[in-house]
Every structure is written in structure tokens, then in C-alpha cells.
Design a protein around this ligand. Structure first.
Ligand code: SAH
Ligand code: SF4
Length: 427
């Protein structure tokens, strides 16, 4: 997702290896943040302050409300917590989110934030990840990162070229959501930025009374489609998504959270069982020889094993379909035969198909398929019973940039790429 560091690795040398080893450790700050802590971890944190065991459950509930429901950034105004405990908490902990370095707002309301995270402990150079908010009339989608860089090396993905990789902590993942809500005034009683867009919920949704359907929410959906492979950072992603979907806090429905994986087969079942969110799979090819090239992880977990894991994804049903992402690469995977093979391959799996126009980046070896070809491909998919597989209208804007405005694309590619992916993920 991020285009901040170019390692200069060329595609041939990258395709020679399947994955890199994460090079960096995370060193927690002396004064850690409570953001990202589970109930159990909050209870332990209270224990270190001498809060007796018998009181901890109640105290955790109070903190949970202030941190994750109200979005407080300091302990001072937590009126249900005693003054002494507030002081003790402030002495040892913070409620910090990742630091927001820059904000860019596009004409269509898309916002991109650059967030700073602690970097390599030796050099002290911080990392930056991007988080993108894409408002639409009916939903607001936040595209969240799970790693700095990515250990995998998909040949069409710019993130894969980054050499430095660090797993984000649960706090840094939840922190992206918290920081975005801060900036959007998206906490109860929050003040909206003047140029902000609040998605409109249908009246049916407004009266449904579900907690995630608060009528005035900006962020209604989350997609784990930023930087990194979420299933290579499983525990942190799981803890973060369980916090974000907890009904006493941010309370986003798990049906509105989508985790995208390049196909880490052994972790797919755990994702369903332990997180229970929606699953998206980056398929991109219908034959192993081509997928080995595009998504080298396929050499470890080939298409058949991947699709078997999808068939067995806990909770999969026609009401909870798996999204198959398919990036449109000119002359590589975009023939009508590929389209026919794709629908044959997915037969029997409750599936949605998202065709993603390839977003080029400087030095990439691929081109985006022509719009006419995408339309023909999508017609085959549509005729097989999959509704509107290419996202519009923003998909079209971005597609135009993809094919026609190369220099503009270079400038905007990070935001556009994320917007594109996230748009492709929402209906
Ligand atoms: N690592 C995970 C999630 C992050 S990438 C995964 O691979 O699924 C999110 C999506 O963006 C994936 O489907 C990925 O294949 C796609 N993607 C990456 N680079 C792209 C590009 N340049 N153009 C279009 N889609 C891209
Ligand atoms: Fe990019 Fe996802 Fe592949 Fe990583 S797994 S290189 S983020 S497409």
C-alpha cells in the first residue's frame, strides 16, 4: 500500500524467493498505550497498579467504555473511575494512537492519513503506514494495514517490494481505526470536520437498532486490505478485530469487517473460527503455473488446497459469501477462457467475485487490462450469476487514471490503489 521506500529490487530477483523474514522487532515504549489491549490485558494492567482482583472486572468494563465506546484520549475526564486510579493510570500508561503525520482529502471525499509508528530500535528511524477512508452514500470504508511492508512478494504488488517488514501490534491496528475516528469526529458527540461526509443509512437500517447501525457513523466498514498479509500476523489482527467488533465498544458488526488474504491456507480456518469476519481471497489466476508467478505463496499452498480451505471456511453460506479478488492484468490473466475457467473453478463455493483493475506503480512489469476487455470478462462472470463484479462509479474513475493518466497515477497511486481495493470490497 505505501510507496514510501523503494528497495530497487527488480521483479526477476524478487520472483526467485517466496518470502522474506521479518527484519524488525517491535520494542514497546516505556509508557505503553492501553489502546489495543484486550479485556484480559487491561485486567493485568490494572493488576500492576494494585487494583484488587475482585474489582478488576468492573474497572475493565469502565475503561472499555471510555476507551472504545467514547474514544477518550486521556484519563482525566473518566468520571466513573476514581481520581486515584486515574492518576495511577496516567502515570504508567497512555491512550496514544499512531501519530498522524499528514492528511490528504480528495475531491471525492476520500481521505488518506499517513501514520507514524516506532521503527527499527537500532536506527530509531520511524515507519509510516497509510490508512484510507472512502466515504460513499451508504457506507464509509476504512482500509487498514496489518504489517509495515509484507514478507510475501506478489509480482504485481508494490508493498511486496519493500524490504523492511514489521508486524503491527494489535494496538497499532486498532489505533488506525481510533485515529480515523478521532479525525472524522466519529465518536459519540464528536465534532465532524466541516468538509466531512456522513454516509446515509437506509431507514430500514436506522430502525434496526443494531449497535453497528448507529445512523450517524462515518466508519461503517473495515477492510484489512492495506499493507501486509493479515494471516501472517494472526494474533494481533485477531485481537484487534475482536476489539473493533466488541458490542460494548466500537461495535462494528463482523459482517462489515473483511480480511483479505493471499492464501495462507493453514490459517484460514482459524480466521473463521477465532475472528468470524468476512473473508476475501486474492485469487488472481485460475492455473497454478500462472498463480505461482503472480502470488508466489501459491507454490506452498496451490489453488486446490486454497479452494478446499474456502469451502470449509467456518460460517460460509450464501448469506456469508467469500469474496474472490481478481486483479485484471493485460494479456496475463484477462482472457475470456480465464473468465470461464474462473466461474468453473468457483462452482459450489458461496462466492462473490471482485475484478480489480490493476493499479500500476513505477517499475511494475504489468499493465491494466483494457476497459473493453474488463467488460467482456465481467460479462462472463455476470452471466454465471455473479452480480456487478467491477465496482463503479469510483472504479471507473480510477480505471481511467489507471489506463490514461499515467503521470497522475504515479502521484496519486497510494491513495488510488487503496481506494480501489477498498471500493472493490464494498457493495
Ligand atoms: N496481503 C493481502 C491484503 C492486502 S493487499 C492480500 O494480498 O490479499 C489487498 C488487495 O490488493 C489484494 O487482493 C492484492 O492482490 C491487491 N493488489 C495489490 N497490489 C495491487 C495493484 N497494484 N493493483 C490492484 N490490486 C492490487
Ligand atoms: Fe501485496 Fe498482499 Fe501479496 Fe503482500 S500478500 S505482496 S500485500 S498482494
Amino acid at each position: 500500500m505505501t510507496i514510501s521506500s523503494d528497495t530497487g529490487l527488480s521483479t526477476p530477483s524478487r520472483s526467485a524467493f517466496l518470502e522474506k523474514t521479518p527484519l524488525e522487532r517491535y520494542v514497546a515504549p516505556a509508557k505503553p498505550t492501553l489502546v489495543g489491549m484486550t479485556r484480559g490485558e487491561l485486567s493485568e494492567a490494572l493488576g500492576t497498579l494494585g487494583v484488587p482482583e475482585a474489582q478488576r472486572k468492573m474497572r475493565v468494563q469502565q475503561l472499555w467504555h471510555w476507551i472504545y465506546f467514547r474514544g477518550f484520549t486521556s484519563f482525566g475526564a473518566m468520571t466513573s473511575v476514581s481520581k486515584e486510579l486515574r492518576a495511577a493510570l496516567a502515570e504508567r500508561f497512555t491512550l496514544d494512537r499512531p501519530e498522524v503525520v499528514t492528511e490528504q482529502v480528495s475531491v471525492d471525499g476520500t481521505r488518506k492519513w499517513l501514520l507514524r509508528l516506532p521503527g527499527d530500535p537500532e536506527s530509531g528511524v520511524p515507519h509510516e503506514v497509510e490508512c484510507v477512508y472512502i466515504p460513499d452514500t451508504e457506507r464509509g470504508t476504512l482500509c487498514v494495514s496489518s504489517q509495515v511492508g509484507c514478507t510475501l512478494n506478489c509480482s504485481f504488488c508494490h508493498t511486496g517490494t519493500q524490504r523492511l517488514v514489521r508486524n503491527l501490534t494489535a494496538g497499532e491496528i486498532v489505533g488506525q481505526v481510533m485515529a480515523a475516528r478521532d479525525l472524522l469526529g466519529d465518536w459519540p458527540g464528536g465534532i465532524r470536520p466541516r468538509d466531512g461526509v456522513v454516509p446515509q443509512r437506509s431507514s430500514k437500517e436506522r430502525i434496526s437498532g443494531k449497535p453497528d447501525m448507529r445512523a450517524d457513523r462515518c466508519i461503517t466498514n473495515i477492510v484489512m486490505m492495506g499493507m501486509g498479509e493479515p494471516l501472517y500476523n494472526f494474533e494481533a489482527v485477531r485481537d484487534a478485530l475482536l476489539i473493533v467488533s466488541d458490542g460494548d465498544g466500537i461495535a462494528l458488526s463482523k459482517r462489515r469487517i473483511t480480511l483479505s488474504t493471499s492464501g495462507v491456507v493453514p490459517m484460514i480456518e482459524r480466521a473463521g473460527a477465532e475472528i468470524g469476519c468476512m473473508l476475501a481471497v486474492s485469487l488472481h489466476a485460475v492455473r497454478d503455473d500462472l498463480r505461482n508467478e503472480l502470488v508466489p505463496l501459491n507454490r506452498k499452498f496451490p489453488i486446490k488446497e486454497l479452494l478446499d480451505a474456502c469451502r470449509n471456511y467456518p460460517g460460509v453460506s450464501n448469506a456469508k459469501r467469500i469474496t474472490f479478488e481478481y486483479v485484471m492484468l493485460k494479456g496475463v490473466n484477462d482472457s475470456i477462457d480465464d473468465a470461464k475457467a474462473l466461474v468453473r473453478l468457483l462452482k459450489g463455493i458461496p462466492a462473490k467475485i471482485n475484478l480489480i483493475p490493476f493499479n500500476p506503480w513505477p517499475g511494475s512489469n504489468y499493465e491494466c487490462s483494457d476497459w473493453e476487455q474488463i467488460e467482456k470478462f465481467s460479462q462472463v462472470v455476470f452471466d454465471a450469476g455473479y452480480a456487478s463484479p467491477v465496482r463503479t462509479p469510483r472504479g471507473r474513475d480510477i480505471l481511467a487514471a489507471c489506463g490514461q493518466l499515467k503521470s497522475a497515477t504515479e502521484k496519486l497511486s497510494a491513495r488510488e490503489r487503496m481506494a480501489l481495493r477498498a471500493m472493490a470490497m464494498v457493495e
